[in-house]
Design a protein around this ligand. Sequence first.
Ligand code: HEM
Length: 503
Amino acid sequence: MCTRHKKYIYLVLVVVVVVVVVVVVGVGVGVVEVEVVILVVVVAVVVVVVLVVVVVEVVVVVVVYGWYDFKTPTIVLRDLDLIKDVCVKHFANFPNRRAVVKLDPPFDQNLLSLFDDHWKRVRSAVTPTFSSGRLKKMCRHVERNARLFHKILDQKQESNEEIELKEIMSRMTMDTIASTGFGLDTDTLNQPDNQFSKNAKEFLNPNVAAFLVAMLLPFMSKIFNALGVKFVSQSATDFFEKVVDAAIQERKESGNAGKMHDFLDLVINAEEKDKDDTEEKGKGAGSLSRKEVMGQALIFLLAGYDTVSSVLSFTLFLLAKHPEHQRLVQEELDSKLAGASDQEDMIPKYEEVQNLPYLEQCINEAMRMFPPGILIDRVCTEEITLHGVKFPKGMTVILPIYAIHMDPDIWEEPREFRPERFSPDAKEARHQFAFFPFGHGPRNCIGMRLGQLELKIVLASVLRRFDVVPCQKTVYPVKLEPLKLAAKDGLWVRLERRRKQQL
Ligand code: HEM
């Protein structure tokens, strides 16, 4: 039960006890009639009984609540131990996400949407792409894009331009995902309307209306499929298939195939093992069918673009509004990175960003307040009872990330930006599952370490070079769009060059 409810219940109980004592004393001194005593005791008993019922009800309402999504029982968990059990301890009973809409091939083969053993095989084949060794190699793409990004920021700073962070960060992360994943040089930073960016935006903006209808009325998904309504743009999917094919061809011809250790190499390796290109092939760990490979290429683009750009922009925006925390980050960067990086461009290296605890605290606090994913879900595949709550087979389990990140019983004044919440002591004192922007357990975000690396390299390099300050268009507190955690009025700031002696 949460402490707020407890407080009210204790208050009412104290009032009841005080009234009873006053009345009994009143009888003792002869100012209250016996009938009044009987009446007061009856009322007190009724109040206590009602309270007991409410307490039980509150326990049920606060720990979990649910509804029927037509015939599918759906439950929302608030209890952190239950969340831990579902995601980690009893993962075997909850291995999949719900299939909200039926996707078209090859996108239907993406990790996010796969089930059971099929998911397990693809996940273990893709996991090596994100090993420390490969991340280190991918880092040079992140650094190169950060360098190009600085040139744009320099121009904007020199002309004292106001900057909408989400827009410019999206362009930068688009280039980063294209180069880290596929070795492509897309230059979206300088050419925001290039073909790659146009198709990515089209692909990333699915048929929202159909998607929402299918979410609210699951049976409509089948009707949409029968009518040929697409949830994801076919032309954009075709475009990316061609882009990936051309990139593979180019790498093979240049003799670099297998040497770059990025996602494209995984594609090429998979091809070698799976020459006859059928969906049924690629059953061994490490081997993927051509469609599976394309499915992962598309989900990397989808999952790695908007998420990272959103956290980058919210973190910088919050630091602009909280200069005292920005100073602390800059002091950390000055002391830990001084002399170790290339002084000219201020881009820290892979090893250097591994030890920036205060920057990490600020990033975590920004992700607590504005997690790119509002919730995650799992489906129960085998009945189980956990902490007295029965999960029947087929039940959808919702794990509400945003609601838990904003729960005042876990986070005091949750709307305040307080990076100190993530100090080692504060973390130690809190339930480990109170913060989960990347999900939890074996099905958590596979790109987490790449995402964190990008965040730290880009933020460290920007904050070493510039002070980020509010401007006329800054709207704070942030007003959110109705259906996603995006700022309705944009995230506007201005840049000021840091004075030499601070560097
Ligand atoms: C700040 C950055 C990111 C955030 C906050 C984020 C968040 C998430 C969340 C909440 C999930 C669901 C986890 C669960 O159900 O337990 C997820 C899954 C996933 N993410 Fe990320 N993500 C980020 C970056 C990335 C990047 C850079 C990539 C790829 C390059 C990526 C690829 C994926 C994939 C493929 C899955 C599905 C994993 C599976 O089902 O096995 N994400 N992410």
